[in-house]
Design a protein around this ligand. Structure first.
Ligand SMILES: Nc1ncnc2c1ncn2[C@@H]1O[C@H](COP(=O)(O)OP(=O)(O)OP(=O)(O)O)[C@@H](O)[C@H]1O
Length: 282
């Protein structure tokens, strides 16, 4: 089943001179990990805002085309109802924290309490999510006193607990160090393993190559490339759209130029290590 479908979506912000999205058509299947990449200003956040219904519900402007979430046209769906199907996390976790919870435990319980979920069920779900996201150590800490990486994991835990099908996650690691980035990707992978559909905007190509099922490349509001990580990353046009290739792919290309052919271009470190070992007869 397709969780997200866009048919010929074009959108222009109020008083903007250019369209932010131009005739975008795409499909994101149930359980798929789909990454959106592209240069600054290519329309990634705008696309996220379309999928979570903020365009056209909060943003005015001209929207053409059709957006289906779980088969329903969002033009006919209330934002409140959409919020039960689409969860989202954005770049700055600080802005996601409710500001009224004294502890991480209360922060995680907050959304469920608002929905009137039974206290026993809330306790069980909070415990489960703390365990699954390996954030038990923070349970009694004030969310504002956590580091950026820890806050981002709590922001992800807070949407995981809501049990929506579709997770829209926009540049969650842009302010994080490498270890925190890995921790955040582990939580996103956990969401995928739990069957959630992931729509991720990211610039970190190593992680995108490793975790995604599908990559969509945007350029000036258009879908210019899409496919599996291998199809997109090894496409010679990929770099043209101001996307960086994974380091191991660059190394593969560099070796090829010097006459060392490893076979298929590696897109992950593990692949590169395997190919180099084979080449060296190890
Ligand atoms: N609220 C707004 N009003 C008018 N124009 C906007 C608004 N938000 C974004 N835009 C414009 O729409 C286009 C797409 O912006 P968007 O933020 O979706 O790109 P992006 O790919 O997410 O960029 P980045 O990587 O910098 O976050 C840009 O030209 C941007 O200037």
């Amino acid at each position: 089943m397709d969780r997200v479908v866009l048919n010929h979506v074009t959108y222009r912000y109020p008083i903007a001179e250019e369209n932010a999205l131009n005739d975008v058509s795409l499909r994101i299947k149930e359980g798929e990990f789909c990454s959106i990449i592209g240069a600054n200003g290519s329309g990634k956040t705008t696309l996220c805002n379309v999928i979570r219904g903020f365009i056209p519900k909060f943003y005015q402007g001209d929207l053409e085309g059709q957006v289906l979430i779980n088969g329903r046209d969002i033009a006919q769906v209330e934002l409140g109802s959409l919020a039960t199907e689409v969860g989202f996390v954005f770049q700055n976790p600080f802005t996601q924290i409710s500001g009224i919870a004294n502890t991480v435990y209360e922060e995680l319980a907050f959304g469920l309490e608002n929905m009137g979920v039974e206290p026993d069920v809330i306790r069980r779900r909070v415990e489960d999510v703390l365990r699954l996201t390996k954030t038990e150590a923070f349970r009694d800490r004030n969310p504002y006193q956590l580091s950026g990486g820890q806050q981002q994991r709590i922001a992800l835990a807070a949407i995981l607990i809501m049990e929506q099908d579709i997770m829209v996650i926009d540049e969650p690691t842009s302010q994080l160090d490498p270890q925190s980035t890995d921790d955040v990707f582990e939580v996103i992978k956990l969401m995928k393993d739990m069957g959630r559909t992931i729509v991720l905007v990211e610039h970190k190509m190593e992680q995108i190559a490793r975790y995604s099922d599908h990559i969509i490349v945007l350029d000036q509001g258009r879908v210019v490339l899409e496919g599996t990580p291998r199809e997109v990353i090894t496409n010679p046009d990929c770099a043209k759209y101001h996307t960086r290739l994974p380091q191991c792919t660059n190394i593969g290309l560099g070796l090829k130029k010097r006459g060392v052919d490893l076979g298929e271009l590696p897109i992950t470190t593990d692949e590169a290590v395997g190919q180099i070992c084979t080449y060296m007869g190890r």
